[in-house]
Write a protein of this length. Sequence first.
Length: 446
Amino acid sequence: MLRHAALLFLLALAPLLGFAALPTVTTTGETHSSYFADLQGTANPNGEFTLRAFFYSTINPGACSESFGTMTLPLGTTNNLAEPYNIVVSGLMPGTTYYFCAFAANQTGKAFGSVLSFTTDDAPRISMDPAVDFGSRPLTAGAVSRSLTVTNVGTANLVVSSATVTAGGAEFTVTGNNCGNVAPAGTCNIQLAFDPTTAGLRSGTLSIVANDPYFVGVWDPNNPTRLVALSGTGVELPTFALTAALSGSGSGTITAPGITCPGDCGEQVVTGTVVTVAATPAAGSTFAGWSGACGGTGTCAVTMDAPMAVTATFVTTPAEPTELRNIATRGKVLTGADVMIAGFVITGGSPLTVVVRVRGPSLTQAGVPGVLANPQVQLFSGQTQIAFNDNWQTASNAAELQASGFAPADPAEAAILITLDPGAYTAIATGVGQTTGVAIIEVFRN
């Protein structure tokens, strides 16, 4: 509008300057890059004061007219020769087709050249908000996050080399950045955080290094850094103390944000905050319940509208007595799948020392015929063999076995003295050299 007004004003002076002849004008060509174009034409003023300009647009007008697109600033001349003229336009979009035409006007009338076109070179073009405002944030509430979206509105890959906070101290930080190579029309995101440590308005600067030399109307190929203003306000809110304590004969842990008690048993919490407090008993203890600001035996929610204290009571859990569910079994020991197998279980919370023995020869004293003359025993925990014996007197702890009172009467009989954790076990009796006969498996608590 201003350029058209300037043209009309100059033409209004034409009677004083003696305008009479209609100018002639020709659109001759252009040179261009990604963001600029040098529009070229020829105009003959025919001896009268004549204004020369260009119209340009991304829309093809078909024929040149004053309603076509944007007009450049006009140039004036009074020569009688058809002389060339050129005007540089900037701020063009890369990879975009533009249409343009030459224009000349004096008091006699207006002349228009033909419409020509060109397509700017491909190039990246970065687009994003120039500022990120985090709003107000309490000083003790932790960081608040924002996401800055970067868009490539150009026609070549945008390369974002880095994104760093270069001003504003540690209150503003970059917490994530998935920008790298961004395709045309693609987007990426830079994650930002604001964690104020001081009350009042805080400010910072995010510096983004990219391969777009044209930014916010300024051409500077030597400065690839783009700046984004960061702002936020730290607010100091009143706080109340939350304290935790343990009681009872047992032990355990109280946990809440900022609290791991014993160790750290207090925290200043912003007023109105709902804090979740949990109690976890240690091994051998049971959580008996809350007192103070909490009640019951579950997880507790404390609303901090005043100083609050919670106490968790832990009591010692009586140890389950260790017991042996023993077994004694007699039968015919064969070979292969027909060997003798006996299972037993140790319960409770503590290890137990047991004697596992297999007797054969000594059964003859009880009148048992066909005994297994030379038994051996294997002891398993699950699928794993944990002990073996053939002839109990060869065991490394034979003296302890003798002292236990459970040593077999015959040296050819087998026995294992061992300390076992609570669990299930299996004893297997076989005959040495694949022999067979009657035997008995016995398990005793030592």
